[in-house]
Design a protein around this ligand. Structure first.
Ligand code: PGA
Length: 254
């Protein structure tokens, strides 16, 4: 088996109340049978996490995460949830630094460092999302922007926590736009991300960290993206909202 099992993840963003989450899981679980050659993770809105997990109670292969956490463990932070609360509610993963958090909610690199630390401290696996804007890419700054988002966070991850980290490369210009990075552009950036992981961690540990691609992934393009050796999975937004389409994505040959 490859060093890294493919990871197919669905980020529902602000979609699906508890009832809708339940309906999705029932329909998806009917089609998708457990497979040990890949991981499937869903990121429902935090309020729908319990319902989604309950609907998947007989399906230990389906994992869940939350889309965001606050880095403090508790306190007067109206509207926020902590990593510990997410873990207690059944999350195993958390998205950190999604471009919508960075661009719409002002999340900074120092915020992502604290969130990754909080996630690891609470036993969650952080999925660190990085990616450049179209302007960055046009100006030839794609790699330096990704490096600025990545390196300081990697510094904050202890060596023995490397195995719990995942990275998602999501070019901002490809998210929700129908534009996808070409498989070769995606692979080039994944290679660059891998080189940063190797610079920070021991080679073996760096080689085990999955690097997911995100940005308008759909059943029609997932196969060619995953065929690239450095593309270890997909973080899917829009196309994860329908059971049939997410099933087709999760069934891609690896
Ligand atoms: P998209 O979203 O698949 O709808 O482009 C991906 C993401 O934002 O994680």
């Amino acid at each position: 088996m490859a060093v890294r099992r493919p990871v197919l993840a669905g980020n529902w963003k602000m979609h699906k109340d508890p009832e809708e989450a339940r309906a999705f899981i029932s329909a998806f679980a009917e089609q998708y049978a457990a497979r040990d050659d890949r991981s499937v993770i869903l990121f429902p809105p935090a309020l729908s996490l319990a319902a989604a997990r309950e609907a998947a109670s007989s399906r230990g292969d389906l994992k869940f995460g939350v889309q965001n956490i606050h880095f403090e463990a508790r306190g007067a932070y109206t509207g926020e949830i902590s990593a510990g609360m997410a873990a207690a509610a059944g999350a195993d993963y958390v998205l950190v630094g999604h471009s919508e958090r960075r661009h719409l909610f002002g999340e900074t690199v120092s915020g992502t460092i604290k969130k990754v630390e909080a996630a690891l401290g609470a036993g969650l696996s952080p999925v660190l999302c990085v990616g450049e804007t179209l302007e960055d890419r046009r100006d030839g700054r794609a790699e330096s922007v990704v490096r600025e988002q990545l390196d300081p966070v990697l510094e904050a991850v202890a060596d023995d926590a490397a195995d719990r980290l995942l990275v998602a490369y999501e070019p901002v210009w490809a998210i929700g736009t129908g534009e996808t990075a070409s498989p070769s552009d995606a692979e080039a950036m994944h290679r660059f991300v891998r080189s940063r992981l190797v610079a920070r961690f021991r080679e073996g540990a760096a080689a085990r960290i999955p690097i997911l691609y995100g940005g308008s992934v759909k059943p029609e393009n997932v196969e060619e993206l995953l065929a690239r050796p450095e593309v270890d999975g997909a973080l899917v937004g829009g196309a994860s909202l329908e059971p049939e389409s997410f099933y087709r994505i999760c069934s891609v040959a690896s």
